[in-house]
Ligand binder design. Structure first.
Ligand SMILES: CC(=O)N[C@H]1[C@@H](OP(=O)(O)OP(=O)(O)OC[C@H]2O[C@@H](n3ccc(=O)[nH]c3=O)[C@H](O)[C@@H]2O)O[C@H](CO)[C@@H](O)[C@@H]1O[C@H](C)C(=O)N[C@@H](C)C(=O)N[C@H](CCC(=O)O)C(=O)O
Ligand SMILES: Nc1ncnc2c1ncn2[C@@H]1O[C@H](COP(=O)(O)OP(=O)(O)OP(=O)(O)O)[C@@H](O)[C@H]1O
Ligand SMILES: N[C@H](CCC[C@H](N)C(=O)O)C(=O)O
Ligand SMILES: [Mg+2]
Length: 437
């Protein structure tokens, strides 16, 4: 991508693609494109800069406090919670991640990658600085760590949510995946680690922890998950309370991480931070109630652990679960997702997620391989029909849970992104069913 940065009077053109370079364009060198430096020179390019030099050239370097969040699940939710708390506490903030980029409540970039190439992040950081932001909260994916898409960034705070199975198509083994996540915490940066996450390795210097089951700097003393979340947490000897409309034990971790992070940034007192938690309404596509009666929830869970956490939070209801698994992603998680669904669901409807370049039926077969209780299983390769079947069979006391895509507005099949939004599909079908009554 090529970006024009207004830097005082002069306009600076920077690209991370050699084919866009010429004598007036800087080539931003990354681990991923270093092999194309010769091509850039052939195009007449004579200026080569690193991300660190680019950040300094644009006067960004240490001016803005970057908070980086990594972990298998909870990054988007925790990042959004920190963003919400900081805004509530009167700060100017940028937010970058799976849902795109937002600055002071305005969307400035559509969804792309959870962690885009470093030049895109530099562009978003520059926009945030120009808008007077003091903080920039960003999700850091394991791919981004391996491909060094965070090269040159100075993190004021690094946060770990958890490490469970995902992306083994890319990292090959869980040990490698854990090693990659641990690399993010090996320096002496200020860091906030989930003390109940026992796999991660991290540098103890400037390390603080949050947790529920193990001792931690920020420790949950008591909590209730009835009608949302209410909890009492301890920091040193003092106790603080907070309330939230969010559901689920897993969101207790996300909110605790967000509170702890904002406290570590010395933005406000713990009382003020905890008070602001109740104003955070959650993230689109994460436990989003699309219909209250009948109860239909759309969620982004697309890993065994994510599904486990969501289904566990709904275990007092009869669940009809609609789910699939992404193509061109970790295949080994598929039967495990099937096995998790079986443990909790009254009915399972296995369907397509984003098949991408894979055969949708083959993906479904790998999920179904993990399911023994086939009498509670329906297979519908067409996602629209799968949702239709779930809503058609729903009884008053049932909840329909549609998992895997969350707020995605497309279904990617063989390189084409067809418009598809689980939430709109639900509303359209419910409206039709209501007319038939
Ligand atoms: C599998 C994967 O991660 N691929 C990433 C990788 O692609 P690649 O190595 O094929 O890149 P490439 O096309 O060779 O280009 C590499 C660099 O060389 C440059 N280039 C290329 C050609 C040329 O002639 N000259 C040149 O300079 C390109 O501009 C680029 O900067 O490097 C690219 C540039 O950084 C990424 O855009 C691309 O992400 C693809 C699109 C992708 O889908 N990645 C997914 C898997 C991903 O990263 N997901 C994570 C995790 C999601 C989550 O769990 O939250 C994410 O962060 O979203
Ligand atoms: N702390 C958590 N632990 C386990 N599962 C969680 C946690 N928080 C959220 N989830 C589940 O995982 C799903 C994804 O949550 P979220 O989008 O916040 O994670 P993420 O790390 O950003 O995911 P991705 O890497 O795919 O972008 C949620 O819809 C929910 O089902
Ligand atoms: N519905 C998506 C969710 C995963 C998105 C992101 N975590 C990634 O791996 O690209 C899929 O599985 O296709
Ligand atoms: Mg995310």
């Amino acid at each position: 991508m090529k970006i024009a940065f207004q830097n005082g009077e002069n306009l600076l053109h920077v690209s991370d693609n050699s084919s866009e370079c010429d004598k007036d364009t800087f080539f931003l060198l990354t681990d991923q494109n270093a092999r194309y430096q010769g091509n850039a020179q052939e195009q007449g390019c004579t200026h080569f800069i690193s991300p660190t030099e680019c950040l300094s050239l644009l006067g960004i370097d240490k001016k803005i406090k970057i908070i980086g969040i990594t972990g298998t699940n909870g990054k988007t939710t925790t990042a959004a919670a920190i963003y919400s708390l900081l805004l509530d506490l009167g700060q100017k903030v940028g937010l970058q991640g799976t849902r795109g980029c937002f600055i002071n409540e305005k969307r400035v970039e559509d969804k792309s990658l959870t962690t885009p190439p470093i030049l895109q992040t530099i562009k978003n950081l520059k926009m945030a600085v120009d808008e007077g932001c003091e903080y920039f909260v960003m999700e850091v994916s394991s791919h981004a760590i391996v491909q060094n898409r965070i090269d040159g960034l100075f993190f004021a705070l690094k946060i770990l949510t958890n490490v469970t199975q995902d992306h083994l198509d890319f990292h090959k083994t869980i040990d490698e995946y854990i090693a990659v996540k641990s690399r993010f915490f090996e320096d002496e940066s200020l860091k906030l680690i989930n003390s109940d996450e026992r796999h991660i390795r991290f540098n103890r210097i400037n390390a603080f922890t949050y947790g529920i089951e193990h001792p931690a700097t920020y420790k949950v003393l008591a909590y209730s998950l009835k009608e949302g979340i209410s909890a009492a947490i301890a920091k040193k000897e003092k106790v603080y309370d907070f309330e939230s409309s969010l559901h689920g034990f897993f969101n207790l971790y996300n909110l605790l991480a967000a509170i702890s992070a904002v406290d570590l940034l010395h933005v406000a007192g713990m009382e003020e931070i905890c008070e602001a938690v109740s104003h955070f309404g959650g993230v689109e596509g994460r436990m989003q109630v699309v219909s209250q009666d009948p109860l239909v929830i759309v969620d982004f869970a697309h890993t065994p652990d994510g599904m486990e956490k969501v289904l566990e939070s709904m275990k007092d209801k009869n669940c009809i679960v609609v789910f699939g698994a992404g193509g061109d992603r970790d295949r080994t998680k598929r039967p495990k997702m099937g096995a998790v669904a079986e443990r909790y669901a009254k009915w399972m409807i296995v369907t397509s997620d984003n098949p991408r370049s894979e055969n949708p039926d083959a993906i479904i077969e790998e999920i179904v391989a993990g399911i023994q209780r086939t009498e509670s299983l329906h297979v519908k390769v067409d996602r629209y029909q799968a949702i239709e079947e779930a809503l058609g069979m729903q009884k008053k006391s049932d909840v329909v849970l549609i998992l895997g895509k969350g707020d995605e507005t497309y279904q990617e099949v063989a390189g084409v992104k067809y418009p598809f939004d689980d939430r709109n599909v639900v509303l359209e079908i419910l409206a039709r069913l209501a007319k038939q009554k």
